[in-house]
Design a protein around this ligand. Structure first.
Ligand code: AMP
Length: 441
């Protein structure tokens, strides 16, 4: 695999970019696509969009080191819509673009994005995923589609039944490749790739690049452009971070107080386990706070209802596990609460990156009981910064506000070699404007 690399702000790469268009108009997209982008209210391309789109328009293969939240969906969807729009129509309307993504939620989100960006393009897009009846999917396929978004299992199933023919695919997107690997789909992906024409454009996106993904990229990409999008850590300066030292048993009370005291418009609460998510949901419900719950054991319908009620703010609190929340495409999350600290410090950075998206600022609050101190120290070593701490939150009387956090003067676990690199924003006390249901009563 021969590669050409591109640098995106926030990352180091030896080859500097030649040109970075900073407006959508300068990217060379067709009018129907530009109109849709304007209708979405996007003012300028995100770094991955301005780096990737000109090359994808030229038909180049692409290796994108990027995760959800960077604008990667538009980075592939806009140039694909442009290219399909310009091509001659076949009489029978074959599938000309295939997007393969690991989960149903991502598939639905990508399909929604194609519909929004393609609203003036006159192209048909459909989505196939498991967990629901195949009949509406097969009838949509029967009418002919230009763009298909799919999860691997249902796609192979429908291919096996003769509903899907991939022989005329021109552009293939493999989204969240590392997650395909984690979820055991790599073999399925290879089978699907084997059904695609050899002459095609391939775009591969992955948040991390383990050796298996590098091998896969080497096998399916031809002379790709490589684009690295800045990870969420680069946004840490827009996130107010605080740690609350609190006993495990007092965590539900502390969360209720925070929901009452702070300006919370949408809060994503992370628990370590599915069982913990359910338990916290019940505890909040007993206090009159309705929370949507999202984890892998929930049925498809329940998961979609949870996401919808969070998206529409019918339920401004979503309690989720890491796996279930990954790929959740919801902006304007004002707060992320690490109700349990994650086992891997990198997960902390991914979690808090769910707030402060699209240029907004955000608040990340972490509950740390005594046994979680080692995890906290690992996070501080990773971000090279001691986090501001509230020590005696749980013992503050309920008629007084929670104490201001303080930054530890000396953190033993931070060696001189890991001196602060990203400044942690000093904390302002937010004024309570939004009130949860309980507080409104
Ligand atoms: P993604 O990384 O594709 O999941 O996109 C994350 C979020 O950013 C989505 O809600 C998009 O609607 C939004 N978005 C994508 N591109 C832009 C842009 N150029 N300007 C503003 N928002 C964008």
């Amino acid at each position: 695999m021969r590669q050409m690399s591109i640098q995106v702000p926030g990352t180091f790469h030896p080859e500097a970019p030649k040109r970075t268009p900073d407006s959508f108009d300068a990217l060379g997209l067709s009018q129907p696509v530009l109109r849709a982008v304007k209708a979405e209210g996007y003012e300028s391309p995100t770094p991955i969009q301005s780096q990737a789109i000109p090359h994808v328009l030229e038909g180049r293969d692409l290796l994108g080191c990027a995760q959800t939240g960077t604008g990667k969906t538009a980075a592939f969807a806009l140039p694909i819509l442009h290219r399909l729009g310009g091509a001659t129509r076949h009489g029978r309307r074959p599938i000309r673009a295939l997007v393969l993504t690991p989960t149903r939620e991502l598939a639905v989100q990508i399909h929604d994005a194609f519909r929004a960006y393609g609203r003036y393009a006159g192209l048909r897009c459909t989505v196939v995923h498991g967990g629901v009846s195949q009949n509406p999917q097969t009838s949509a396929l029967g009418q002919g589609v230009d763009i298909l978004v799919a999860t691997p299992g249902r796609l192979l199933d429908l291919m096996g039944q003769g509903f899907i023919d991939l022989r005329l695919v021109e552009s293939f997107v493999l989204d969240e490749a590392d997650r395909m690997l984690d979820m055991g789909f790599i073999h399925d992906v290879r089978r699907i790739v084997a059904s695609l024409p050899a002459r095609r454009q391939t775009l591969l996106f992955s948040a991390t690049m383990p050796p298996e993904i590098r091998d896969l990229a080497g096998a399916i990409l031809t002379e790709p452009i490589t684009v690295h999008a800045a990870p969420p850590a680069a946004r840490a300066d827009r996130i107010e971070q605080t740690v609350y030292y609190v006993d495990r048993a007092r965590k539900p009370d502390l969360l209720r107080r925070i929901l009452d005291e702070q300006e919370v418009t949408r809060v994503l609460v992370f628990t370590r386990t599915k069982h913990g998510a359910d338990r916290l949901g019940r505890q909040l419900a007993r206090s009159g706070i309705q929370a949507a719950i999202l984890h892998g054991d929930k049925a498809q319908g329940a998961r979609q209802r949870a996401i919808e009620s969070f998206r529409t703010r019918a339920t401004p609190v979503l309690v989720a596990t890491d796996v279930a929340a990954r790929g959740l495409d919801i902006d304007a999350i004002s707060h992320v609460v690490n109700y349990d600290l994650p086992a891997e410090p990198e997960t902390y950075v991914h979690r808090i990156g769910r707030t402060a998206r699209a240029g907004a600022s955000g608040v990340a609050l972490s509950f740390c009981d005594f046994e979680e101190r080692a995890q906290l120290f690992a996070i501080e070593r990773l971000i090279r910064e001691p986090l501001p701490v509230v020590r005696d939150a749980a013992s503050t009387p309920s008629d007084q506000p929670l104490p201001e956090p303080t930054v530890p003067e000396r953190a033993e676990h931070l060696t001189p070699a890991t001196q602060p690199s990203v400044p942690v924003r000093p904390l302002r006390r937010p004024r309570p404007v939004y009130r949860t249901r309980r507080a409104r009563r």
